[in-house]
Design a binder for this molecule. Structure first.
Ligand code: CTP
Ligand code: CA
Length: 226
């Protein structure tokens, strides 16, 4: 009924997007985070609104403007993000996990500022829950899109993540490539489904990547969800 890219393709859909990096506390004045800018996720949220969806954006700390019409849920840690996402799972038709979730967090968060004492300090880290993998296990009607940030063997690693995490689509990102990755306004991605490579997009704006990704998702979503 709709042409590709035409506003309205996601009419009536609830889209949940995660964006940015998470912040893992060490003590009251220190934390661990990563270089994620949130730009890819914010672009996806903006394009989903343009295509008619009701959009919730679960975001790590970011100074980016919240796109018009998007409900923003601000979080800090991976545990916060997990809670924010799982509590909205049931109501979501399409979930796009663009966030760079910290793989590990400090085993203990010091209540007071850690004092400088010995010549070395070892920080024990423990693994965070894999939110995307949990969604993949719990999902029923939801269409799930994951991301894979890699610096080598993109096809293999992306396909491995897609199957392990039970995603419907995965966006492979070679973050070592010129014009791709965390901080810029452009991206270079390869998009896969269960059967393998669907599309290799040349370098383009994150907005255009977002639009194409949402079109591919809309094409594949069951008619019942639309
Ligand atoms: N992800 C997640 N929860 C985590 C780690 C990752 O939901 N604790 C999601 C990311 O949002 C992304 C996908 O999993 O959509 C892949 O993240 P990535 O860091 O590329 O993969 P990992 O499984 O963490 O593996 P590694 O970092 O070792 O490559
Ligand atoms: Ca990771």
């Amino acid at each position: 009924r709709h042409f590709q890219g035409e506003p309205g393709r996601l009419e009536g859909m609830h889209v949940l997007v995660t964006a940015g990096g998470t912040v893992e506390r060490i003590d009251p004045v220190r934390y661990i985070t990563n270089d994620s800018s949130g730009k890819m996720g914010y672009a996806i949220a903006e394009e989903a609104v343009r295509m008619g969806a009701k959009v919730t954006l679960v975001s790590g700390p970011s100074a980016l403007p919240v796109p018009c019409g998007v409900e923003i849920v601000r979080i800090q840690s991976a545990l916060d993000m997990r809670e924010a996402v799982l509590s909205r799972l049931e109501a979501s038709h399409l979930i796009v996990k663009a966030a760079a979730v910290a793989d590990y967090r400090p085993a203990v968060v010091a209540e007071q500022k850690i004092k400088k004492k010995s010549d070395s300090l070892t920080l024990e880290l423990i693994k965070n829950p894999d939110i995307l993998q949990e969604i993949g296990t719990l999902k029923k009607h939801q269409f799930v899109v994951g991301f894979a940030a890699e610096t080598e063997a993109l096809d293999e690693h992306a396909m491995d993540k897609l199957s392990r995490k039970n995603c419907d689509l995965i966006v492979g990102n070679d973050v070592s490539q010129e014009g791709a990755g965390f901080s810029g306004d452009t991206n270079v991605v390869r998009i896969y489904d269960r059967n393998g490579l669907v599309e290799a997009l040349p370098i383009q704006s994150k907005k255009d990547v977002a639009r194409r990704l949402l079109e591919l998702a809309a094409d594949r979503m069951p008619a019942a969800a639309r």
